[in-house]
Design a protein around this ligand. Structure first.
Ligand code: IYR
Length: 223
């Protein structure tokens, strides 16, 4: 068997240039409207939207295609409460001692503090875990590669999919996040990577007036 015996034809959606341009502009416009939201409505969201967003995240490229991620969806009020309580303990330590002045100053425009009511108000929390190992079909432990990069890309795709479906998200990373392994009873080879809060924004939601850097500042086109 040669290396490429198990290859299949690529399905590729080739676009005409004018359509390509239009699609790229529309996509940028859509993404430019995404804001991190901290005021959530408690309105529930359709289960299949979450499932499809996770399916989309699961299409992310990953080191050696090991797909080193796990998405734990939390909707139960009691579990959300436990997560909030544990997160607030860590966040209190962060805001009171661990974060230095420079960090607190950088955070000031965001108006954040140690209170995390959204962890209970929002209908859905998706806790993304990164897996140091994958247990294969035969129960063998297989090493994963570029885990942080792979899971980071999957998280970006998850956020994009949820935004594209009309939902608001908040990337929350209480640190340390070990309590999530205990509450969600995940195996020891999984580490919490990101806690993504999702739902509809509250009717009166406000966001900080912060700007994105222009293209010229975030890129260089090498001649
Ligand atoms: N985890 C804390 C602090 C925090 C840190 C960064 I860097 C942010 O961009 C936002 C918040 C919190 O969630 O409040």
């Amino acid at each position: 068997m040669t290396k490429t015996d198990n290859f299949i034809p690529l399905k590729f959606r080739r676009l005409e240039e004018d359509i390509m341009l239009r699609e790229s502009r529309n996509f940028f416009e859509l993404m430019d409207q995404r804001r991190t939201v901290r005021d959530f409505s408690d309105q529930r969201i359709p289960q299949e939207v979450i499932e499809n967003a996770i399916r989309s995240a699961g299409t992310a490229p990953s080191g050696a295609n090991m797909q080193p991620w796990h998405f734990a969806v939390v909707q139960d009020a009691n579990i959300k409460k436990r997560i909030r309580e544990a997160a607030e303990i860590e966040e209190k330590k962060l805001y009171e001692h661990r974060a230095g002045d420079e960090w607190l100053e950088a955070l000031a425009p965001l108006g954040t503090d140690a209170n995390k009511p959204f962890l209970e108000t929002a209908p859905t929390l998706i806790v993304v875990f990164s897996k140091k190992f994958t247990i294969d079909d035969q129960g063998r432990k297989r090493k994963n590669y570029y885990t942080a990069e792979s899971v980071g890309i999957a998280c970006g795709m998850l956020i994009t999919a949820l935004h594209g479906s009309g939902l608001a998200t908040l990337t929350h990373t209480p640190s340390p996040m070990k309590f999530l392994c205990d509450i969600l009873e995940r195996p020891t080879y999984e580490r919490p990577f990101l806690l993504l809060v999702c739902g509809y924004p509250a009717a009166n939601a406000r966001v900080p007036n912060i700007q994105r850097q222009p293209l010229s500042q975030i890129s260089s086109f090498i001649p």
